[in-house]
Design a protein around this ligand. Structure first.
Ligand code: ADP
Ligand code: ZN
Ligand code: ZN
Length: 745
C-alpha cells in the first residue's frame, strides 16, 4: 500500500510513500506520520492511501505513525482539499489552519500535561494500628496521617506543605502504604468560573416559528435517506432572541446524539456569550478563542476530538473543530467580515461552514439582524431557507428609534462641523440625569489622525506607509496604524521650525477629552485596541459598564456588536460617513450594518432606545433606510444597484493584490498580468485595474490591485494558476489572490 503525504514543509505538493506492513492497519487518510525527506525527516498527514503509485523513482517508507487514529475525518480532508483549490492556498497551510500548532507540536514539549498525585492506601489510624509489620518512623507516621481523608492530592504541593521532599514520600510508596501516580491535568479555559445552570425559556411566537423551521431541518439532517438540509438564514432583528433559538436548537441536536459548532466573531466572544452557552450545556461545552494558552487550546481540542465536548463555541477557526457526528453548525452574525481570514488560506468561515454542513449532512443556521447581501440573495433564489423574527423578544422592549443628524446644518456659520451635535449633547444630558447609560462609536483610535504645520504645510507621515501618523495624547507619541511604527511628536515643525502644530481629525481619545469637558460629572470610559491590549481589560471594562460604574462608553468596532446591556438607552455614531466613504462596493452595506448594530445595543431592557447618527450625507440610501430600520427595502435597492453594476452577489469577486518594495517592478508586473487576463477573458469575466491599492504602501511595500468579477470562478482560478506558471512574478514581487474578497484596502 502507498500513502500520499503532505508534509509540514511549504512545498504545496504531496509525495508518495510506502506503508510498511507493520503500519498497514494503522495508516489511513488523515493519519499523522513521520517520513524521511532527503536527508531530513518531516512530519505530515496522509491525504489518501492507494494500492498503486505513478511515481517511478525509488519510494521510501513511512517511519512512524503519530497517534492511534486519524487526526482528520474524511469529511475534513475533503474540506481541506476544497479550501486549497477554492482559495488557491498551499495544502500545508490549509492543514495548519485545520490542526493548529499546539495540537500538532506534540514532540516539542506541548501535549497533555500530567502531574504526580499521592494517595494513602491505608484508611485511618485504626487500620494503621493493625499493621505492626510496618515499622514507621515518627515522621513517616505523621506524613501518612496527613494523607488520611484527603484522597488523591498533588504530590509536589503536599511535599511542600509538609516541608518534606518527594523522595522521602517515595519511601512510603516502597512500603506499599501510599500510591504515587501520574494524572492528566486538564487546562480548562473556564476554570474557576461558576455558571449557574440556565433553563430553556418559553419561546415567543416569532421564536417558535423559527424553531419549527430549524427542527424540520435538524430532522432532515438526522435522516440520511434525505438530501442534506438547505442552510437556514435566521433573520432576526437585534434583541429578537436569536441566542435562545440557537440554544434550544443545540439541545435538540444533542438529544439526537449529535454535536454542534457555534461560530461567533472573535470580538463578540465576550464572557457573556460564553456564559450563555456554558450555563445551558455545562461541561460538554468547549470554548476556543485567540486568548487561550497553548495548553488550553490543546486540551480543548482533544476534548472535542474524543467526543467529551459536544458543543463548541469559537471564532472562525472553530469551523474546523474535530467534532464527530456533527448535527448542527450555527454562524452568528454571519455578515461579519471577520469571518474572512486576511492571510492565506484566505477562507471565509461562514462559507466553509456551509460546505462542511453539506458534506456531513448537518443542519446549518446563519444568524443576523443585517444579513450579508450574498446570504439574503440566496434566500430569494431558493438556495437558503429564511426564518424571520421581526420583533424583539419581549413586548416591553421597544424598537430603537433612529435619529439622523444632518451635520451640514450644524456646521453653518462655523469653520467645521462640531464633533458633538447639539441634539446629541442634549440627548446625552437627559440620560445622565436619569442614570441611563450611553455608548458612543467612532472607528478611529488615537487623538488626531492628521498632524500638520499650518505655517509650511508639512504633514507627519509614516516613512514606510502611505498614511499619516496618528497623534496619541496619553503618551504624546505619533503612531502609524498600518505598521505600528511610533515616535515622539516633535515640539516644533521639523521643516520650518514653527511651534504651531495642528492636530486635525478626531480619534477616540479626542472624543474622550471633549466628552469630559462637555459632561464634567459623567463617568466616562474609552475602549479601543490601545486600551484592550492589556489582558482582561476588555472584560473588566464591560463588567464595570454592566455594574453601571460607567455612564458613557466611548469605543471603536468592539462596542458595536453583540453586547447586551439593558440600561443602555442611547447610542451615538459620531461619524457615519467614514464607513460610507471607503472605496469598496460594500460601503453602503457596511454603513447600514453599523447603524443597525449600534441601534441594537439600545433599548434591550425596559427603557426605549435611541440611536443618533451624525452624517453629512443624510440622503445616502444606506443612511435613509437605516433611519427607518428597513433592511428589506435597503437590500432591495442595494441589490438592484449591484445587479446593474454586476457586483456580488450577481458575480464573484476575486481581488488580486501585488506588492513589492519596488514600485516600478510591481506596476510593470500588474500591467502585464492584467493585460494577459483581459486578453483571454472573452466575456467570461471582467478585469478592472491594475490600480494602486487604496492603501498604496504598507511597511515599505508598494501595492497594486487587479479586480476580477465573474460567474466562472473555477475557470478564472485555473487561468490564474496557469498564468502564474507562464508569467511568474519577477523577483521581489509577490501576489496574493483573494477569492470572495471582503477587504479591498
Ligand atoms: P439577539 O441575539 O437576537 O440580539 P438576544 O438573544 O441577546 O437577542 O436576546 C435579547 C434579550 O431577550 C436577552 O436578554 C434574552 O435573555 C431575552 N429573551 C430571549 N428570548 C426570550 C424569551 N423567549 N422570553 C423572554 N426573554 C427572552
Ligand atoms: Zn512647518
Ligand atoms: Zn507605517
Amino acid at each position: 500500500m502507498f500513502a500520499k503525504v503532505a508534509t509540514d514543509a511549504a512545498l504545496d505538493k504531496t509525495f508518495d510513500y510506502i506503508i510498511p506492513p507493520k503500519f498497514e492497519s494503522k495508516v489511513m487518510a488523515g493519519s499523522r506520520v513521520i517520513v524521511p525527506f532527503g536527508k531530513r525527516t518531516l512530519e505530515g498527514y496522509v491525504l489518501a492511501t492507494t494500492s498503486t503509485t505513478e511515481y517511478s523513482g525509488k519510494l521510501r517508507e513511512i517511519t512512524e505513525v503519530i497517534g492511534d487514529r486519524p487526526w482528520m475525518s474524511n469529511h475534513i480532508l475533503k474540506l481541506v482539499s476544497w479550501m486549497a483549490s477554492y482559495y488557491m492556498a498551499p495544502i500545508e497551510l490549509c492543514l495548519k489552519a485545520v490542526i493548529p500548532a499546539p495540537i500538532r507540536n506534540t514532540n516539542k514539549g506541548d501535549g497533555f500535561q500530567s502531574r504526580l498525585y499521592i494517595e494513602s492506601l491505608i484508611e485511618d489510624e485504626e487500620e494503621l494500628a493493625n499493621r505492626s509489620d510496618l515499622k514507621l518512623t515518627e515522621r513517616q507516621h505523621s506524613l501518612l496521617s496527613a494523607l488520611f481523608d484527603e484522597g488523591a492530592i498533588p504530590l509536589a504541593a503536599f511535599a511542600e506543605a509538609q516541608k518534606t521532599t518527594p523522595s522521602t514520600l517515595r519511601k512510603l510508596e516502597d512500603k506499599g502504604i501510599v500510591k504515587i501516580f501520574e494524572k492528566t491535568e486538564r487546562r480548562d479555559p473556564l476554570a474557576g468560573k461558576n455558571f449557574l445552570p440556565s433553563k430553556p425559556l418559553p419561546l415567543t411566537e416569532d421564536q417558535a416559528k423559527a424553531k419549527k423551521i430549524i427542527s424540520d431541518s435538524i430532522k432532515q439532517a438526522c435522516d440520511i435517506e434525505q438530501p442534506p438540509p438547505k442552510p437556514i438564514l435566521l433573520f432576526g432583528v437585534t434583541a429578537s432572541g436569536k441566542t435562545e433559538v440557537f440554544l434550544q436548537s443545540i439541545a435538540e441536536v444533542l438529544a439526537a446524539g449529535k454535536s454542534a459548532i457555534v461560530l461567533v466573531p472573535e470580538i463578540s466572544l465576550t464572557p457573556q456569550t460564553i456564559q450563555r452557552f456554558a450555563s445551558r450545556f455545562g461541561k460538554i461545552t468547549a470554548v476556543l478563542h485567540s486568548k487561550l494558552s497553548n495548553g488550553e487550546r490543546h486540551d480543548e481540542w482533544h476534548r472535542i476530538y474524543t467526543g467529551e465536548a459536544r458543543v463548541v463555541v469559537g471564532p472562525r477557526s472553530a469551523v474546523f473543530a474535530p467534532v464527530s457526528n456533527l448535527g448542527l453548525i450555527i454562524v452568528d452574525e454571519e455578515h461579519e467580515p471577520s469571518y474572512k481570514q486576511e492571510e492565506a488560506p484566505r477562507y471565509n468561515a461562514r462559507d466553509i461552514a456551509v460546505m462542511r454542513a453539506n458534506y456531513e449532512h448537518a443542519a446549518i443556521i446563519l444568524g443576523s439582524a443585517t444579513p450579508s447581501l450574498e446570504s439574503w440573495h440566496n434566500t430569494q433564489n431558493g438556495k437558503y431557507i429564511i426564518a424571520s423574527m421581526p420583533n424583539r423578544a419581549s413586548k416591553q422592549m421597544s424598537k430603537p428609534n433612529t435619529i439622523i443628524v444632518d451635520m451640514r446644518l450644524e456646521a453653518l456659520g462655523k469653520q467645521a462641523p462640531p464633533v458633538f451635535s447639539k441634539d446629541l449633547i442634549d440627548a446625552i444630558k437627559r440620560r445622565l440625569t436619569t442614570g441611563e447609560q450611553i455608548m458612543l462609536f467612532l472607528n478611529r483610535r488615537g487623538y488626531a489622525p492628521h498632524v500638520t504645520c499650518p505655517a509650511c504645510g508639512y504633514t507627519e507621515e509614516c516613512e514606510d506607509c502611505a498614511t499619516g501618523m496618528t497623534y496619541h495624547i496619553d503618551d504624546g507619541r505619533l503612531r502609524c496604524h498600518l505598521c505600528g511604527i511610533e515616535k515622539t511628536c516633535p515640539s516644533i515643525c521639523p521643516k520650518c521650525g514653527s511651534e504651531n502644530y495642528r492636530f486635525t481629525g478626531i480619534g477616540t481619545q479626542r472624543i474622550e477629552a471633549i466628552a469630559k469637558k462637555l459632561f464634567p460629572n459623567a463617568k466616562i470610559q474609552r475602549m479601543d485596541a490601545d486600551i484592550t491590549a492589556r489582558k482582561h481589560s476588555h472584560e473588566e471594562i464591560l463588567a464595570r459598564f454592566r455594574a453601571r460604574e460607567i455612564d458613557i462608553l466611548i469605543g471603536t468596532q468592539m462596542i458595536t456588536k453583540g453586547l447586551d446591556f439593558p440600561n443602555v438607552s442611547l447610542a451615538g455614531i459620531l461619524n457615519a460617513d467614514s464607513a460610507l466613504h471607503i472605496p469598496d462596493f460594500r460601503a453602503g452595506e457596511r454603513t447600514f450594518q453599523l447603524i443597525a448594530q449600534m441601534a441594537g445595543r439600545t433599548g434591550r431592557g425596559l427603557l426605549p432606545g435611541d440611536v443618533y447618527v451624525q452624517t453629512q450625507t443624510p440622503e445616502a440610501p444606506a443612511i435613509k433606510f437605516a433611519a427607518t430600520e428597513n433592511f428589506e427595502a435597503f437590500a432591495a435597492q442595494e441589490l438592484n444597484d449591484r445587479k446593474e453594476l454586476d457586483y456580488p452577489p450577481y458575480s464573484r469577486f476575486i481581488c488580486i493584490t501585488l506588492k513589492s518594495e519596488s514600485n516600478d517592478a510591481v506596476c510593470a508586473y500588474a500591467e502585464t498580468l492584467a493585460n494577459q487576463l483581459d486578453k483571454i477573458a472573452d466575456g467570461r469575466y471582467r478585469v478592472l485595474g491594475p490600480a494602486p491599492a487604496p492603501l498604496e504602501r504598507i511597511k515599505k511595500y508598494w501595492r497594486h490591485q487587479i479586480s476580477i468579477f465573474t460567474n466562472r470562478t473555477n475557470l478564472v482560478l485555473a487561468y490564474l494558476k496557469e498564468i502564474q506558471k507562464i508569467l511568474p512574478p519577477p523577483n521581489g514581487v509577490s501576489i496574493a489572490i483573494d477569492n470572495d474578497a471582503m477587504n479591498t484596502m
